[in-house]
Every structure is written in C-alpha cells, then in structure tokens.
Design a binder for this molecule. Sequence first.
Ligand code: ATP
Ligand code: MG
Length: 425
Amino acid sequence: MEQGAYAVLTKLQEQGYEAYLVGGCVRDKQLLRPVKDYDIATSAKPEQVLDLFERTIPTGLQHGTVTVVLEAHHYEVTTFRKEAAYEQFRRPAEVQFIDSLHEDLQRRDFTMNAMALDQFGNLIDPFGGLSDLEHGLLRCVGNASERFTEDALRMLRCIRFSAEYGLEVEAATWNALCEHSLLLKHIAMERVRMELERMIAGADPVKALGLLVSSGILRETKQALKLAQLDPEHMPAAIHLLLESDARWTYLFLSMDLNAAEIEADMRVLTFSVHQIKRVYKAAAAFYMLREGLLLNQHECVQDPALEKKLELLWKLGALTYGKAAWLTIYDILAVEPRWMESHGEAGSFMLRRGKEWLDALIVDSLKQLQVGGKELLGHMNKPPGPWITEVLNHLLQETALGRLPNETGLLIAEAVQFVKHHNL
Ligand code: ATP
Ligand code: MG
C-alpha cells in the first residue's frame, strides 16, 4: 500500500504538481506504528486529479478530495486548502484551495498531525511535530484557544489522541481545552458519540475517561448526559481487558451504578444504533437480575449445599430472559472485575468457574430454536388463538433449555397439551 502511495506522489510530481503524504500516516510512520491509510495532499485541483488517474472516486469534491484507486488500494488525494470561515465552532462546509503546503499544514489540529513526507521520504515538519512526539507531547498547531474555538470537536480529538498514543497534553493546549470546554455544545451528539466510541474501544479508555472527567467537558454536551457524572472513584479500571465494545460500554455504565433505563437514555442521546442500545441494555438488565438473585440467596444459610444448582438455574433462566449474549457479556465483565462479586463469597467463585459452562450448556435459548411454533400448537389444540400460546411456548422453552425436555416436536406438543390441561389455560 505504501508503494502505491509513493506511485501516486510520483505521478502528480511528473505532471508538475506538488504532492506529499500528510496527516495520520506520517505520524504513524514516525512512531513505527501500523499505518491505516495513506492520505495525500497536492497542489493539483480535484479535476486535475480526476483527469490524471485511471480509476478515481469523486469522494468529496467540495472539500477537494478525490479517491485514487490503485491495485485495489484507496488513496485520498486532497487539494491544498484552508478553512477560511469557521461557522458556529465547527469546520466549514466550504473550503478554499491554496498553493502552499505550509498553509495546508497550518490548518491541521495537532503538531503531530501537521507533518508531511515528500516522495523521497524527507520529513516536512514546520511545527515541531516530531520533537513533540519524542517528548511525548500532544500540542495544538499555533494558538490552542484559536484551534479549539474554530472547531470544538478538536477538544475530543485531543483527548482521544492523548489516550491512544500515550501522550501528555501540553500545558497551554490543556488549559485552552479546559477553558473552552463549553464550546462542545455546538457539536452534534453523533460526532461526540463517534469520538467517545473510539476512546472506549481504544488502547487506554481509562486515561481518556480520566481526561474527560478532569476537563469537565462531558458536562458541556449539547444534550445532557448521565455519563457526565463519572468521577475518579467510579472508573472502570479493568476496561482495557475487555475485547468487545458492548462489554466495555456496559462495564463503564455499570461502574457508575446507572440502571438499565438510565443507560438506555444516555445511549439514545448519544445516537447509538438501536441494536447497540438493545445489547447494552440487556446486559445491564442481566447484571441487575443477577445481583438481585444473589441478594435473595444471601438470606439463606451461608453453607447452602444447593448453592451451585441455584446459581446455575439463575444464570440459565436469566439467559432466557435477556439472552445468552447478555449473560456472556456479564461473565466477561465479572472475569475482569472479580471485586464486584467479593461480597458474595462462594457464589462469586462458582459463577466465575462455571458461568460460561452453564451458558454453553443451554441447548436452546430463544423461541426461534424451539421445534414447535404457535401455528403448530394451534393445529394440535382445539382452542382459539390467545395469550395462552406465548405462555405455553415460554414454558416449553424453559423446560428444553434446562434439559428437562428434549427439543423434539412430538414431545413438545405432548408437553404443551399437559401444560394447558393442568393450568386451565
Ligand atoms: P485517525 O484516522 O487514526 O483518527 P488521522 O490523523 O488520520 O487519525 P483523520 O480524522 O483521518 O485523523 O484526519 C486526517 C488528518 O486531517 C489529520 O491527521 C489532521 O491533520 C487533519 N484533521 C482531521 N480532523 C481535523 C480537525 N477537526 N481539525 C483540524 N485538522 C483535522
Ligand atoms: Mg485517518
């Protein structure tokens, strides 16, 4: 992919244009990190780029961006530009094309993102990005207050980059961030969410959360968030050990003692997808079901010989209520945060040892998997349709899931007939 990027540079140069690698790829190369994508800045105008290459996609012509396709790799080629008038503390929709690389680098957010490489591999670094990286510093290009006032999203990018790259935010940059945090109210919640998602999925979410908390910036979002109440005592300390982002978000919200409804409300405000919200909501609800179940058990004698069986039942019935995936999420969280189960003594160690097995042992965990459906039940019973069907199906699901009834159509129907008779449905 890198070879292709240099081929694009060379071709532009041969036609008399200037062209450089810029932005994230230059930064990541200096850090010897894997490069995700190669972005190119050029003096050529978008139409000229479109003319020059065989396969192109007019990705964002009004921003000067053309995607060049070379051997299945995509390169974003963007005309040198500046962002003249910032509107409402956001980056403008319109840009102005210019002839100078230096000015193009000047409009960028951080010194480490404002470096360029020419086709011979020479670094162009007018703002001391490399030196900042060597000193472990994240610094705005030029005046930090101006940078954050121009585009308030940069404050969240600052926190994300600081956490992801393990950099200290340089003092003047940090002071400007804290001073201007209230400008975040101009940024759409969707963009806030996208930055937060990257922080939470990133290398050091605790560091990102720590910076969010100490800057107070989460209190300044366009719409209020419960998440803004996070404090140093409720940090999800083991979050980096979780692999799935659903588990990370669930763990974060549970660390704050938010209930399932509060979690759902925050995720809605943050414009998470319906599916993401549902998954995290169910996992949180499963956690509270588990906690309630454990509290009930504590009333009984401490050395309860049937404890393990009771827990197994709680996990299995819980999985039928909120889904197996939700319980697997809870299992993963408890595995990295065993302190949460400390007060539950033996129960805690049983669950950590056996929880996954219990879930894996579920032969069925949703009505869809049952070898009988509402239609078949109706066909076998001389009854008009009604709520009894759901009741019977749920009973059948529970019996099969717990291994007390094979998942075979004939046996299921026989059980259904008995159940209806006994319960006068
Ligand atoms: P990553 O893709 O890993 O987040 P990146 O540096 O490539 O890192 P992008 O958002 O892809 O980030 O942006 C590419 C480059 O564009 C950045 O390196 C930076 O120079 C510039 N840039 C992006 N967003 C902004 C912004 N809000 N303000 C100023 N410059 C920006
Ligand atoms: Mg990028």
